[in-house]
Design a protein around this ligand. Structure first.
Ligand code: NAD
Length: 367
């Protein structure tokens, strides 16, 4: 199917960048949000910084991409779109309602991509008359800098999946097909396991010791800084979404859940409010020097464990899972590379030890 006109619903952090990528590929883009202020903010970023952001992401800029984006609050603006990406907040009812409303607007053969991080395309499409047109179209954050779009859809038509692949290639992002759809796809499950293990390590060490320990072994950002980046509130909501499918596999220790909830109640949500686990100075996370960095081998072991789970679940082979983490993190090490470096036996022993000490499900070895 040839895609000419595209749409994005949700002009927040992700939708804004996705619209920019689509426009840069030459598509006309209708960007729709219920909040006119969000549209104004997205327009301001597009007009002032889109070309620079695209170049910083290693992309060639064609013309003035911002000129191809039309901003509006009415879904009717999407009536001509062949391919629509939804990037509204991670709330199942909201996404389902939106999918139902979109169906009344878009053409019968238009394809809907969902950027959901913790739900499945099947979850989102459950109330639609044509659920087979919905595919996972999941970007890594920041979308401009991470060369990855995870594509999946157990019930999607080949045509819908191929269209998603074509659009991803057209916007110069590498599509990676997941063989099975699971809540939290590939990247988000790997990420959830790291973040969860980091909260269990807080029983042993201060936040700064955990994150500096992680940076010392090559993490671009520590896992607690990552929670600050997405927001403690969003992280806890994601953990709850995942609990429906995975039980308490990604849950923090109860005492830290309570502390994180208290921080949320105090307005310490993370970067967006200037403080979370750490203080933030604009874009910079201010991490105090710890007395001693923590040994984060258990966090790496949890990552490798989750990679094995993804392979066991049939989401992808080890090469694919490595590729997802490398592209999604912007690094050059995947979980199976970590396994090769640290040794499978040694990592399993670490998992067994931390499982005994904490009883945390995230440390239950599967390999
Ligand atoms: P965000 O809160 O920054 O933006 C969401 C936008 O959707 C807001 O501007 C809001 O006004 C708008 N919105 C809410 N209800 C709407 C509706 N009914 N119709 C139209 N617009 C509506 O959220 P985000 O961080 O951009 O996340 C969006 C989606 O992308 C979520 O599903 C999230 O899980 C996923 N995602 C996020 C990240 C990340 O790191 N933030 C990474 C990958 C995927």
């Amino acid at each position: 199917m040839t895609v000419e006109t595209t749409g994005v619903v949700g002009a927040g952090l992700m939708g804004r960048d996705i619209a920019g990528l689509l426009a840069n590929a030459g598509y006309d883009v209708a960007l729709v949000d219920v909040d006119p202020d969000a549209l104004d903010r997205a327009r301001a970023v597009h007009e002032s910084a889109l070309a620079d952001e695209l170049r910083a992401g290693g992309l060639d800029v064609s013309g003035t991409p911002a000129d191809r984006i039309a901003y509006g609050t009415d879904l009717e603006a999407l009536s001509d779109a062949d391919f629509v990406v939804e990037a509204v907040p991670e709330d199942l009812e909201l996404k389902r309602d939106l999918a139902g409303s979109l169906e009344g607007v878009i053409d019968d053969d238009a394809v809907l991509g969902t950027n959901t991080s913790s739900l499945t395309p099947g979850d989102v499409a459950a109330g639609m008359e044509r659920p087979e047109r919905v595919v996972l179209f999941h970007f890594a954050n920041p979308a401009m800098r991470r060369d990855l779009v995870e594509v999946a859809g157990d019930d999607a038509t080949d045509r819908a999946l191929e269209t998603a692949h074509d659009v991803a290639r057209a916007i110069d992002r590498r599509p990676i097909r997941l063989r099975r759809e699971y809540r939290a796809n590939g990247l988000s499950r790997l990420s959830a396991s790291i973040k969860c293990a980091a909260t269990w390590e807080l029983l042993e060490a201060a936040p700064a010791a955990v994150d500096v320990g992680a940076r010392n072994v090559g993490f671009d950002r520590g896992p607690l800084e990552l929670i600050d980046l997405i927001g403690l509130d969003v992280h806890l909501a994601t953990v709850d979404n995942l609990a429906e499918t995975y039980g308490d596999r990604y849950a923090p220790p109860p005492e830290w859940r309570t502390r994180m909830e208290a921080r949320v109640a105090d307005g310490r949500l993370g970067k967006k409010t200037g403080a979370g686990f750490f203080e933030w100075d604009g874009e910079t996370c201010v991490i105090p020097e710890p007395a001693e960095p923590h040994d984060v081998t258990p966090i790496l072991a949890a990552l490798v464990n989750e990679a094995h789970r993804l392979v066991d679940d049939g989401v992808g082979d080890p090469e694919t899972i490595d590729e997802i983490l490398k592209r999604g993190s912007g690094g050059d090490v995947g979980p199976f590379d970590v396994e090769a470096m640290f040794g499978r036996e040694s990592l399993r022993e670490t998992l067994e030890r931390r499982r005994r000490e904490t009883d945390a499900p995230v440390y239950e070895p599967v390999f």
